[in-house]
Design a protein around this ligand. Structure first.
Ligand SMILES: Nc1ncnc2c1ncn2[C@@H]1O[C@H](COP(=O)(O)OP(=O)(O)OP(=O)(O)O)[C@@H](O)[C@H]1O
Ligand SMILES: [Mg+2]
Length: 385
């Protein structure tokens, strides 16, 4: 067997549970934005039963696709990577349907995942299908970070909860499946709690404590390491907040999963005129508000991902200090700095400096490893032209 070297450490999966909520559009706009920042990005259509990314990217469907990889017509995923009209953005198509694709066997799934990691890119964005069949859940949990996209409709939000629950338990099965007694329980979880799904985790935790208390901390570790991002689609900023606290609160209380909300994307009717060129939508006048919100989402994602040094390169640091609240927040950040990093006299000086050289203060904070939203301009991605 040829050795595959892991080359990409940022596989990002986009899922949502429900169909039609905007997963594919977001996969394309997220990938395009990262590519515009100079990252080398490959977007992969892993909606294996309903591939449509090629149309959104305006790429013809007569090209190599996952079909050729799955049916061993090519050896490596590299052979089916195609360029898109966007600099730095390549694409792996899921076009051409075959039954083996919509429901890949376990070995094929593992092979696909290994080959994805061996692709040479800064980011690989995988667009997943609707629903929560095992392959969708597996691609989500094997990625480095998952984005959950939903719209503000009860059905979609309910599916998003269920997706998180399904993914978490799938993760538990992968980790605990090998344990003699716990393996049997975790595989049977759905049936054990059929009448009250939300009690599943506490039931499972208690069973683990009884059976093998030494393993118990690992259950907590698996939950707490599972940190999907949440993006709300087709909703105005003002309406988003309540929905966010319900969703994140529920996932935290019931499943001990901390979801990180990245922001909202507005509903833009004119998007339908760009369905054969979604990247073009971002550059259009009609797409202006969407792109602005998307840049905030990407900025928050990058702040979570990178250390302060990389951020200083990739994001424009704040130059607008007109609002008093900004200075107050920066002053609070200085106060909270560890005493080992800076003593009280130093803190006082840097706080005073805020009133005549605020940009220097921001640079200082970045150097000290602080990575907060407020250090960057709100429309702050460093886009290459
Ligand atoms: N922010 C938005 N504003 C307006 N329309 C949107 C927005 N996001 C998505 N849409 C519309 O929703 C439709 C479905 O989007 P998309 O194909 O991304 O959904 P999906 O979740 O990938 O669907 P599927 O589950 O079928 O894969 C598209 O026709 C698109 O025009
Ligand atoms: Mg889709």
């Amino acid at each position: 067997m040829s050795e595959l070297q892991k080359k990409c450490s940022h596989i990002l999966a986009v899922a949502g549970g429900k169909g039609g909520v905007g997963k594919s559009i977001f996969s394309v706009t997220l990938s395009t934005t990262l590519a515009m920042m100079g990252y080398r990005v490959i977007v992969v259509d892993l909606d294996l039963g309903g591939a449509n990314l090629h149309t959104y990217l305006g790429v013809m469907d007569r090209m190599p696709s996952l079909f050729h990889f799955i049916h061993k017509k090519v050896k490596s995923l590299n052979d089916i990577v195609v360029k898109t009209p966007i600099a730095n953005l390549s694409f792996i198509s899921g076009a051409h349907y075959s039954p083996a694709m919509s429901n890949p066997a376990a070995e094929l799934k593992v092979k696909l995942i290994r080959h994805l990691y061996a692709l040479d890119a800064d980011f690989i964005v995988i667009d997943l299908g609707a629903g929560m069949d095992l392959s969708t859940l597996d691609f989500f949990i094997f990625s480095d970070r998952g984005f959950l996209v939903t719209v503000p409709e009860p059905g979609a939000v309910m599916n998003a909860y269920r997706f998180i629950q399904g993914a978490l338990f799938r993760k538990m099965v992968t980790v605990f499946g090998q344990h003699k007694e716990i393996g049997a329980i975790v595989r049977d979880l759905g049936q054990a709690c059929a009448h009250d799904e939300s009690a599943m985790l506490s039931w499972f935790v208690n069973r683990v404590k009884e059976i093998d208390p030494e393993v118990f901390p690992l259950v907590q570790e698996v939950s707490s390491r599972f940190q999907p991002f949440l993006v709300l689609n087709r909703i105005a900023h003002e309406q988003a907040q309540r929905l966010v606290s319900t969703l994140t609160g529920h996932c935290s209380n019931k499943y001990a999963v901390e979801i990180k909300y990245l922001g909202n994307l507005p509903d833009v009717k004119q998007l339908t005129s760009f369905l054969l060129d979604v990247p073009g939508f971002l550059k259009s006048t009609a797409g202006k508000a969407y792109f602005l919100s998307l840049k905030s989402v990407v900025r928050r994602f990058l702040i979570d991902l990178h250390d302060a040094n990389v951020l200083a390169e990739k994001l424009n640091i704040r130059k607008d200090f007109g609002d008093e609240k900004t200075l107050e927040t920066l002053s609070d950040i200085i106060d909270r700095l560890d005493g080992d990093i800076i003593n009280d006299a130093g803190k006082k000086l840097w706080k005073l400096r805020l009133f005549f050289k605020p940009v220097e203060v921001v640079k200082f904070l970045l150097k000290k490893g602080v990575k907060e939203d407020i250090l960057f301009e709100s429309d702050s991605l460093n886009l290459k032209k």
